[in-house]
Design a protein around this ligand. Structure first.
Ligand code: PMP
Ligand code: GLN
Length: 390
């Protein structure tokens, strides 16, 4: 191995090291700091969902689930799309269960792209997008979102399309900014996709975390979009079981078939005893979804107030469980260096937003905090951060 000049890591992945989430969670573990970095809740979801999984484990659902997912879960996903968005995917062929949204995004890009294709996405982008676009042999075309509003520049968006554009990869509500794309922005995206015959891949894992009375609007519900849109989501965020990795993709049959062709060679299938539990979860009454959303909105308000009191310039999110902030009011410029030192300076871990930007200048002073944590943890983190400017 030592004799070859050739690096072991494939050229496709050469620019991708360890994900920032793993790095920052490791830092939190090593230093004992409060982890507001990686986005996972510090309390589990409803116990009755766990009981449903236990029942399936004890009831013998421990061998491979069918490739597209168990029928009960595919039916529950279709019913969820009908109930919340009046979309009506056929559970038999228009719904695919995946190993988290991560696998759905990967399989979509691998299944739909040829080398040389271009994918338009919005930066800061979720880190797996860049890696999976590269694995698919495609090229990313980022549209830069800038604080405070993180709004889409229509000219920059139009200019990103070329003859090689295969798809727009949209994430709304958006990680890491917490932005919820406006109806006007969605209409702009839809108009370009329709006119240019381009596909849309929509990552909607935060669909139930939209605040202040706003509604989540799937791009697939806009005129002419259902036939060209793959909609992706996951149980991880909605039910606070991020470790279960039960995700799904819905959309027109041909699109789902292409994704399934790639997916069958990645994991084929996973999570057999968890699938019935998520089928049950998706059917929970509206009260569950409402109280989950209200609880997270209160946590947003709590952390935003704490960050403001600590002197940060806070960009209040409309959705997700993340908030971004600018560190320049603290006399700091470099978010990455700031985050690496934050555990020792304040006993808190955050994520530098710059790693999600190609345009490093825009991302440099920005950092992201997760607020899906117990109130006392949020308060303690805020109190520690307040000492920074003292
Ligand atoms: N997309 C976005 C925007 C995310 O924030 C995450 C993290 N949950 C994922 C995809 C991955 O979801 P999953 O854990 O279901 O693979
Ligand atoms: N989605 C989570 C976040 O953005 C992390 C998931 C992961 O660690 N890959 O923080």
């Amino acid at each position: 191995m030592a004799t070859t000049e050739r690096p072991l890591l494939s050229a496709k992945l050469a620019q991708f090291g360890t994900t920032i989430f793993a790095q920052m969670s490791e830092l939190a573990l090593r230093t004992g700091a409060i982890n507001l970095g990686q986005g996972f809740p510090d309390t589990d979801g409803p116990p009755e969902i766990i009981e449903a999984a236990v029942e399936a484990l004890r009831g013998g659902q421990n061998q491979y689930a069918p490739g597209p997912g168990i029928p009960a879960l595919r039916e529950a996903i279709a019913a969820h799309q009908r109930r919340f968005y009046r979309l009506d995917p056929d559970p038999d062929g228009e719904v695919l269960v995946t190993t988290g949204a991560t696998e759905a995004v990967a399989a979509a890009l691998l299944g739909l792209c040829d080398p040389g294709d271009e994918i338009i996405t919005f930066e800061p982008y979720y880190d797996s997008y860049a890696a999976c676009i590269a694995l698919a042999g495609a090229t990313r075309r980022p549209i830069t979102l800038r604080p405070p509003g993180y709004s889409v520049d229509p000219d920059a968006f139009a200019a990103a399309f070329t003859a090689r554009t295969r798809a727009v990869l949209l994430n709304s509500p958006h990680n890491p900014t917490g932005k919820v794309f406006t109806r006007q922005e969605l209409e702009l995206i839809a108009a370009h996709c329709r006119e240019r015959g381009v596909l849309a891949i929509c990552d909607e894992v935060y669909e139930h975390l939209v605040f202040d009375g706003r509604d989540h609007v799937p791009l697939a519900t806009l005129p002419g979009m259902a036939e060209r849109t793959l909609t992706i989501s996951s149980a991880g965020k909605t039910f606070s079981f991020t470790g279960w990795k039960i995700g799904w993709a819905t959309g027109p049959r041909a699109l789902v078939a292409a994704v399934q062709t790639a997916k069958q060679f990645l994991t084929f299938t996973s999570g057999a005893p968890l699938q019935p539990a998520i089928a049950y979860a998706l059917g929970l009454p509206d009260a569950y979804f409402e109280s989950f959303r209200a609880g997270m909105q209160a946590k947003r308000d709590r952390l935003c107030a704490g960050l403001e009191a600590a002197g940060l310039d806070v960009f209040r999110p409309d959705g997700t469980y993340f908030v971004t902030a600018d560190i320049r009011p603290l006399g700091e410029q470099d978010g990455h260096a700031f985050c690496l030192r934050l555990p020792e300076r304040a006993g808190v871990v955050a994520v530098p937003t710059v790693v999600f930007y190609d345009d490093k200048e825009v991302g440099r002073p920005l950092i992201r905090f997760a607020f899906c944590k117990r109130d006392e943890i949020i308060d303690e983190a805020a109190a520690r951060l307040a000492r920074l400017h003292g």
